[in-house]
Ligand binder design. Structure first.
Ligand code: ADP
Ligand code: ZN
Ligand code: MG
Length: 482
């Protein structure tokens, strides 16, 4: 049986973060009562005039610059005609042959959905264009309704080159895109609010063959997981057909997320003719080089560079840098503490293991995190200067979450300061030896394993506060002398 190679290209729709819709002043908001955020423009009434939202154009251009795209000096909007109940005008305002951005790339690295580490490499971006969203059909038993609140909301369509070779790479590409958009503030990419949706194109070819195979499109996937799962399913399905001598024909399929399979929506023969033509109501857009240079200055440091810098500047492990930079707010949080903590690696550890776990357990996002970075910096100091043990620090950390107090406050109030003072520990040791003559006899008869029992008793008596190293040393001295 020949070995097949998978070829994948993605078309991703990303909602642009703006106050108002693309061609009217209705709010771009999620979760309002159906059909309360509408006006004659976004409802497509006859005779209305759309006017372009500058902010949507600016953020699309910013996104393009962040993805290394060429920005068009001349661009325009076109009407894409088709009939669908959720589209009031019977055409969608989109961009056809002159998109705002073209020819970029995105760096993928890290781990795919399956956890396998990926070789870092670039995935090409064919184009990014700006278009309006349509309404949303909602089906009830017996009837359907349409909510037009989303109609006219600005969307970037980001089309990739057929550069991905596995479901994991597709997953990593989506992750990278999302990070870039979130860093640049051009989209929140909140999947639960439908702010990022994806069409997947996938084909197989015999490894070594130059030409691409026949591609199948899977429409409207709304989670990264669904993209990955549908690709794995589709690769297997196509391989079975090809391996048994069958042929594929170009078609559009849908994904059943509950039962995990793709099914036919339409074949290429029934594909639409969209009758694109320039929208006569909208002026073309022109950019002069200085404008594009101004845009360029607004670009923040992107995840990939931040990652590299964190590894170099703070000696973090690649993995730690990746976790911390996956979210810009988290990266900023860490960096604020790292620059003057003197112990960035330990700080990173606390954030990645303790903080992220507790946030997860409470279902909190990074912006909702109640723990100021100064508290974690202080906690790390309290451990390193021996004030508290690492074990007690974990309890203190939980208290910070609940009480908003500083670590030092909590340590003082609860009397958690580690006892490292020789004479104090000596007292504890003496008491424990006196209280346990039987164990002492055992020890003396050669059962040296009971030493750990004594240490345990000292820790218990001190309520966890005795410095274990000091306790060990003093107990050894004492017990040997007896
Ligand atoms: P169409 O004309 O059907 O819209 P395009 O050439 O515009 O196709 O490509 C749409 C998407 O499909 C792009 O993301 C592209 O990378 C991807 N694509 C194109 N050809 C293939 C292929 N043979 N296998 C997988 N993906 C492909
Ligand atoms: Zn409107
Ligand atoms: Mg196309």
């Amino acid at each position: 049986m020949p070995e097949y190679e998978t070829v994948i290209g993605l078309e991703v729709h990303v909602q642009v973060k703006t106050e108002s819709k693309l061609f009217c002043s209705c709010p771009n908001l999620y979760g309002a009562e159906p059909n309360t955020l509408v006006c004659p423009v976004c409802m497509g009434f006859p005779g209305v005039l759309p006017s372009v939202n500058r902010e949507a154009v600016r953020k699309t251009v910013l996104s393009g610059i962040m993805c290394g795209c060429e920005i068009a000096s001349y661009s325009k909007f076109d009407r894409k005609s088709y009939f669908y109940p959720d589209m009031p005008k019977n055409y969608q305002i989109s961009q056809f042959d002159l998109p705002l951005c073209s020819g970029g790339k995105v760096f993928i690295s890290g781990k795919g959905f399956s956890g396998t580490p990926l070789a870092g490499r670039h995935i090409g971006i064919t184009r990014i264009h700006l278009e309006e969203d349509v309404g949303k059909s909602i089906h009830f038993s017996g009837f359907s309704g349409i909510d037009f609140n989303r109609a006219g909301v600005p969307l970037m369509e980001i089309v990739s080159e057929p550069d991905m070779r596995s479901a994991d790479e597709a997953y990593a590409y989506l992750t990278a895109l999302k990070e870039v958009m979130q860093y640049g503030g051009t989209s929140e990419c909140d999947m639960e609010k439908g702010q990022m949706r994806c069409d997947v194109n996938v084909s197989l070819r015999v490894r070594g063959q130059k030409e691409f195979g026949t591609k199948i499109e899977i429409k409207n996937l709304n989670s990264f997981r669904a993209v990955h799962r549908s690709l794995v399913f589709e690769m297997e399905r196509q391989e079975k057909i090809l391996a048994s001598g069958g042929k594929l024909s170009q078609e559009t399929r849908a994904w059943n997320d509950d039962d995990g399979y793709t099914f036919l929506l339409r074949s290429k023969e029934s594909s639409h003719d969209y009758r694109y033509f320039p929208d006569p109501d909208l002026m073309p857009m022109e950019f002069i080089p200085q404008e594009i240079e101004e845009f360029r200055k607004e670009i923040p440091e992107l995840p990939q560079s931040k990652r590299k810098r964190f590894v170099e500047q703070f000696s973090l492990a690649e993995y730690d840098a990746e976790v911390l930079t996956a979210d810009r707010a988290l990266a900023d949080y860490f960096e604020k503490g790292a620059v003057n903590s003197g112990q960035p690696k330990i700080l990173a550890n606390w954030i990645i293991t303790e903080l992220l776990r507790e946030l997860g357990a409470r279902n909190l996002t990074v912006p909702e995190n109640p723990v100021p970075i100064e508290s974690i910096v202080e906690l790390v100091k309290l451990i390193s200067d021996g004030t508290i043990s690492g074990k007690i620090a974990k309890d203190v950390f939980l208290d910070i979450f609940e009480t908003n107090k500083t670590p030092l406050q909590i340590v003082k109030e609860k009397g958690l300061v580690q006892i490292s003072d020789d004479s104090a520990i000596e007292k504890l040791v003496t008491k424990v030896i006196e209280d346990n003559p039987e164990q002492l006899a055992q020890y003396k008869s050669g059962k040296t394993a009971v030493f750990q029992f004594f240490i345990g008793q000292v820790m218990k008596l001190s309520r966890g506060k005795a410095n274990p190293a000091t306790a060990n040393r003093i107990l050894k001295e004492k017990i040997e002398k007896l």
